[in-house]
Design a protein around this ligand. Sequence first.
Ligand code: 4AD
Ligand code: MG
Length: 443
Amino acid sequence: MTVETPSPLKRIYIENIGAHAGETVTLQGWLYNKRSSGKLHFLQLRDGTGTMQCVVFKGDVSPEIFEAADKVSQESSIQVTGVVKEDTRSKLGFELGVSDFQVLGDSVEYPISPKEHGVAFLMDHRHLWLRSSRQNAIIRIRAEIIRAVRNYFDQNGFTLVDAPIFTPNACEGTSNLFETDYFEEKAYLTQSGQLYMEAAAAAFGKAYCFGPTFRAEKSKTRRHLTEFWMVEPEVAFMDLYEDMDLAEDFVCYIVAHVLKNRRAELEILERDVSKLEAIQKPFPRITYDEAIALIREHGPEEEHKNFPWGEDFGGDEETIISSQFDKPVFIHHYPTEIKAFYMKPDPANPKYALNVDMIAPEGYGEVIGGGQREDDLEVLVAKIQEHGLPLEAFSWYLDVRRYGSFPHAGFGLGIERTVSWLCGLHHVRETIPFPRLMDRLSP
Ligand code: 4AD
Ligand code: MG
């Protein structure tokens, strides 16, 4: 296919249209939608940065061009040249008065029509679905959240230390590990970069990693992916309470950043931004025992009235707890016995761990898990054995305690849970460009 681009075409992006009022410009993109009435065709052109109405008036163009604009089908790639005119009725504030139009690539029977489709169908066509305005807005907000994550740590003295994806160790229990054959040795896809960040904290003081993590989740919930992105800071000489201070400051920064830079996208998603504007420090902090009391008091079902002490919270319980607050809530001091091997028991009462989860408001579930780590070599060795984990594989991790052990803490924030909260999405499957779920590996 040869595309003619006669010079002096001024090709611009829709997001910059405001700087070109009155000028003749060229847009390249795809036909999002079209309506016609006699002498006029209204083409909605989207170029990835926005959507703009391009008006083809019969009197302004050759009959061939008018005919081509009549025939062009949904999602054909197109090039349009015309004058940028102010138009107070359109959201963008501008429309294009077309003088030239050309189809670059046909699109025959685009599968996603403006009518309603089921989720399974849309998921099967995820590679095309990403073109729709809602999905586009979600992924732009996701990108903005990630920008905020990096800015925050880069500007606050943290060093980015990438953790490996192939690992010899389980970090978050053995029940949901993806196992791979690594040249006749067993390797696992990482569940968390935390163990590596603990080593990094000793090398850099403040470190973070950000990358994909994997859990062979056999449950089909609206909050679980098998592949998700997690950012994990780890700080030397930080305790549980400072860990909460950091998590709170970090989350407030992300929310403020998205509110500042992605208003238009939040509007497309009809997100109630007043709920996000309420996200200000400090966040409430409650203990596991206090959380149990809330579940027993406010849970709608009989089983909640008798929710047993010593059980971990699932999505339902998180929703009950979050409904009591209009901000994220920290739950700390879970029973040591239900938490990962690396959690440090509180020296004041070792029945409880120095761990913390942050639960998002409005029922979006746990967005952060973290806490203070066991820094005593002997205790940690015993814990690894108690949890039935192979000690040899953790030898390198134990070195962090053998050579200058230090109190330290950190956390992991799940990007997709954060996107679902900020965008107001019920299910995490729309929060990542190409979701991996128990029953979905394609596209
Ligand atoms: O609570 P998790 O399992 O904590 C850890 O992995 C720690 N090692 C992190 C650390 O302290 N450095 O996971 C952390 C967060 C959860 O709060 C949640 O937001 C997200 O990761 N997450 C998932 N998101 C989507 N799908 C899943 N299957 C997830 N599992 C955890
Ligand atoms: Mg957790």
